[in-house]
Ligand binder design. Structure first.
Ligand code: NAD
Ligand code: DAU
Length: 354
């Protein structure tokens, strides 16, 4: 039994691989192109562990994906690989279409070809797990009910449109070809190994460097925050017990305006690493808003709780405290990400075998 994971060197993917191998000896084959967002150093604790097979490659490379499926014969494919940053999608949407849309299409076709070769029992067991986002549903009015799985798709950014397109492809491959897919649409994650272009890690690393803390517009946009470990446990639950063809919304029951997040992070840093120059909140700087900025996301996660018994284990208070403490304890990781040295990891650790 083996899992094929895509994007397992990114933020959520690396947390998932580490989490999986803490709880199971089922090997993981990890296909990741190591774009700027991929950091093999996140998986350094698995060096020499035969249960983790890393393959550097693109999900759009059909021959490579076919070869991995034929060689490792996974019982499931867990698909994290994506371009994931909304701001980057505004400046350069091309990579988002290539990876999120065309890449997902290539994976689906490769998975379908492999699945068709399986014996009856293995065909029934196989899963294509597509990891998606709440952003496909668009933006909510302040008093509107949270997104359910039947909410219309109304994506507003090139990123969310590309993810919505991939969700539709996944749905169609089930409906038309019978491929046993499951999709999870998750809210904003935070936790260890989060690349410091995203709000929470950016706040922490900028504050520690005495740099401005950029708040887009009025900072009253609302996100529903989920600790990354809880996302990993939700994926495990859906892989084990999810019904093929279904989608499951995953969220933290944790809606918060951005400005509250900023103040919470500042207060934790004031407590854990006080700055002699004064409270970190002095660095808060309102900047020009993100074009087309979605005002509010909120996930109704009752289906996954009702059907699969999943609920988040962390509250925002416990999760954000752990996260700030992790960044304080991992200044080296941050420094290597900021200097670009993290990109040399492959060469430094695998030498010519890279
Ligand atoms: P990330 O940007 O941190 O990591 C993406 C990973 O995919 C990187 O390791 C990168 O090298 C790899 N990758 C990119 N293009 C590739 C390609 N063409 N072939 C192979 N690998 C490639 O992303 P993340 O935040 O960990 O998100 C993972 C998934 O979860 C994405 O599909 C994202 O849409 C979804 N998601 C993220 C969040 C969140 O809050 N971060 C919330 C909900 C859903
Ligand atoms: O909702 C799930 C999505 O969450 C995922 O699908 C995406 O991959 C992930 O990047 C995240 O998208 P967001 O755009 O919500 O995350 P980001 O961290 O970029 O921004 C969070 C909020 O903070 C958003 O309202 C924009 C705001 N923001 C962000 C940055 C980077 C700021 O105010 N200042 C900033 O500097």
């Amino acid at each position: 039994m083996t899992l094929l994971v895509t994007g397992g060197a990114g933020f959520i993917g690396s947390n998932f691989v580490l989490d999986w191998l803490r709880g199971s000896d089922e090997p993981v084959v990890n296909l990741d192109a190591l774009t700027y967002a991929g950091n093999l150093e996140n998986l350094a604790s698995l060096d020499g562990d035969a249960r983790h097979v890393f393959v550097r490659g693109d999900i759009g490379d059909r021959a490579l994906v076919d070869q991995l499926l034929a060689t490792h014969r996974p019982r499931a494919l867990v698909h994290f690989a994506a371009e994931s940053h909304v701001d980057r999608s505004i400046h350069g949407p091309g990579d988002f279409i290539r990876t999120n849309v065309n890449g997902t299409y290539t994976l689906l076709e490769a998975a379908r070809g492999f699945w068709n070769t399986l014996a009856e029992a293995e065909r029934a067991q196989f899963r294509f797990h597509h990891v998606s986002t709440d952003e496909v549903y668009g933006s909510l009015a302040p008093d509107a009910p949270a997104f359910t799985e039947t909410h219309a798709f109304e994506p507003n950014s090139p990123y969310s449109a590309s993810k919505a397109a991939s969700d539709h492809l996944v749905r169609a491959w089930h409906h038309t070809y019978g491929l046993p897919v499951v999709t999870t649409n998750c809210s904003n994650n935070y936790g260890p190994f989060h690349f410091p272009e995203k709000l929470i890690p950016l706040l922490i690393v900028n504050a520690l460097a005495g740099k401005p803390l950029p708040v887009y517009g009025d900072g009253r946009q609302v996100r529903d925050w989920l600790y990354v470990g809880d996302h990993c446990s939700a994926i495990r639950a859906v892989l084990e017990r999810g019904r093929p063809g279904e989608t499951y919304n995953v969220g933290g029951w944790n809606e918060k305006p951005n400005i509250d997040i900023v103040h919470t992070v500042c207060a934790l840093l004031d407590e854990l690493r006080p700055d002699p120059a004064g409270p970190y909140a002095r660095l808060i700087t309102h900047v020009t808003d993100r074009p087309g900025h979605d005002r509010r996301y909120a996930i109704d996660a009752r289906k996954i709780e009702r059907e699969l018994g999943w609920r988040p284990a962390e509250t925002f208070d416990t999760g954000i405290r752990k996260t700030v403490a992790w960044y304080l304890a991992h200044g080296d990781w941050v420094a290597r990400v900021q200097s670009g040295a993290y990109r040399d990891w492959l060469q430094r650790h695998y030498g010519d075998k890279a």
